[in-house]
Design a protein around this ligand. Structure first.
Ligand SMILES: [Zn+2]
Length: 272
């Protein structure tokens, strides 16, 4: 039975609300896949530094069919460029590394050919917004480490509903995790959105199958974000590296294999 209500994105009233998923079902399916095995597997959630296998997905009746469809189109695009459990990672073939802009940067930058940066931005912002707005509305249990705040939640809603352009006080950047022989397979992991705050800046982060997104919001944005912002930059530049940047990684999912590695157990304690 469908629920009638107000769509939280376009604010249409008395509409059928769809079952909206914070992370799409394809994300869980890909990261739960373990090579050489058959049958369904559950992804592993990292909780308090301990990996726990779980089938729990975060979803609830929230958006109308038109808003779900718009978000779904952008999700489909990202699903076609990120890592897949068959071992393909299509965006890798589109990356052309460029010289480091500053010495000591932990990652290189790459130009991306044939890349729909706007679609990638919409996907990331909508996932972060959805998780935050569903928690604020009481549709899901609020994610402990995620907080957009009412002002930015509303500005981003207007951007996602194509009422307003992307907020001037926000930047959205993307990093691609290169598969390597390291102990942790970051390219086959996912996290729920989480926030890290530093002085006047809030950084909302999300990792999905080898693509990490950083939505940075604040009055004094670092100028280097202008050239890598998926929305504001005229270049299509993404970060490109093989290890995770320092910082807390609130709640994460991954396939069983890498989650039990030593790096997973060194994560900051979190509550599931
Ligand atoms: Zn709607």
């Amino acid at each position: 039975m469908t629920t009638k209500g107000t769509c939280a994105l376009c604010l249409s009233q008395n509409v059928d609300l769809q079952d909206s998923h914070v992370l799409s079902q394809w994300v869980y399916k890909r990261i739960a896949f373990v090579p050489g095995t058959t049958g369904p597997k559950n992804p592993v959630m990292i909780r308090g530094g301990v990996a726990v296998e779980t089938s729990k997905q975060i979803h609830g009746d929230f958006l109308c069919s038109a808003c779900e469809l718009r978000r779904g189109n952008h999700e489909n695009y990202v699903s076609r460029i990120c890592w897949d459990s068959d071992g393909t990672f299509p965006i890798m073939a589109k990356l052309c590394p460029v010289p480091r802009l500053r010495p000591g940067e932990p990652f290189t930058l790459a130009d991306v050919r044939d890349f729909d940066a706007g679609s990638a931005a919409y996907f990331a912002v909508s996932t972060i917004w959805l998780a935050d707005a569903m928690g604020a509305a009481g549709v899901i249990k609020p994610l402990q480490k995620l907080n957009l705040g009412p002002k930015h939640r509303e500005q981003l809603r207007q951007y996602l509903n194509v009422e307003q352009s992307f907020p001037t006080a926000a930047r959205i950047a993307m990093t691609v995790f290169r598969p390597d022989n390291g102990p942790v397979h970051f390219w086959r992991m996912a996290t729920l959105p989480f926030t890290e705050s530093d002085h006047a800046l809030d950084e909302h982060r999300l990792l999905v199958c080898g693509l990490e997104f950083q939505l940075v919001v604040g009055a004094l944005l670092p100028i280097h974000l202008d050239e890598i912002c998926l929305v504001h930059s005229s270049r299509k530049l993404v970060g490109f590296r093989s290890s995770f940047a320092a910082g807390g990684h609130a709640r994460g999912y991954s396939s069983s294999q890498p989650a039990r590695s030593r790096a997973a157990s060194s994560r900051r304690s979190i509550r599931g």
